[in-house]
Design a protein around this ligand. Sequence first.
Ligand code: DC
Length: 231
Amino acid sequence: MPSGPVITIDGPAGSGKSTVARKLAARLGIAFLDTGAMYRALALKMLERKLDPTDEEALLEMTRQADLQVDCGPTHQRIKLDGRDVSEAIRTMEVSRATPAIARQPKIREVLVEHQRRIGRHLGAFVTEGRDQGTVAFPDADVKFVLDADVHTRVERRLIDLRADGEDVRPQDVLANLQTRDEGDKSRWAALLEPGQAIIIDTTEMSLGEVVDALEIAVRQHTQSKEASSK
Ligand code: DC
């Protein structure tokens, strides 16, 4: 098991976190963990079971019983829910809309954060992305990033992804969904905006390659300075 680096990427939906995390991990040859997929898988289960999104007890019980298997490596992540691969099924707008009902439950978050830490201990070195990775799940991470972008740019990026998946969605619906999710999510990573807490990158005017380059340089600088100070 490799030990470190642990790299966290937090920020709002549509800022490019998943794509960047995946590419950065591939370049560094370590696994990437998309924690949003875990929240999405539980939202899918809630929808399929037709559970009441306001019934905290029922949702917690559902979470405790869910068998979530996350298989992650440098170039792939697959997620299984109760033995079924749901990696594609969790990407619909319907699931995106349902996910805040899961993400706002503190007890469900505790269960998922514990699960993420177990995965992290097993992996040793990894890039993880979500909304609370540098704050709650892995506060001792080696390098912490926040990726942000103007809301209209984020809407455009989400539209491209959803349409590529064959979903017929309207920009105003994507905007409303992003704004609702941002409201609840930002409190989980806002502490990273304090000076010295994280490297903050506004990706609005940057290409994907430029963002990945910037993160890779920062990680390599961190590794070099760690090696130099241990000599
Ligand atoms: O990154 P994403 O769009 O796949 O995330 C799905 C939802 O899960 C999003 O509304 C925020 C939530 N989430 C969270 O609360 N904490 C995380 N660590 C990851 C995602």
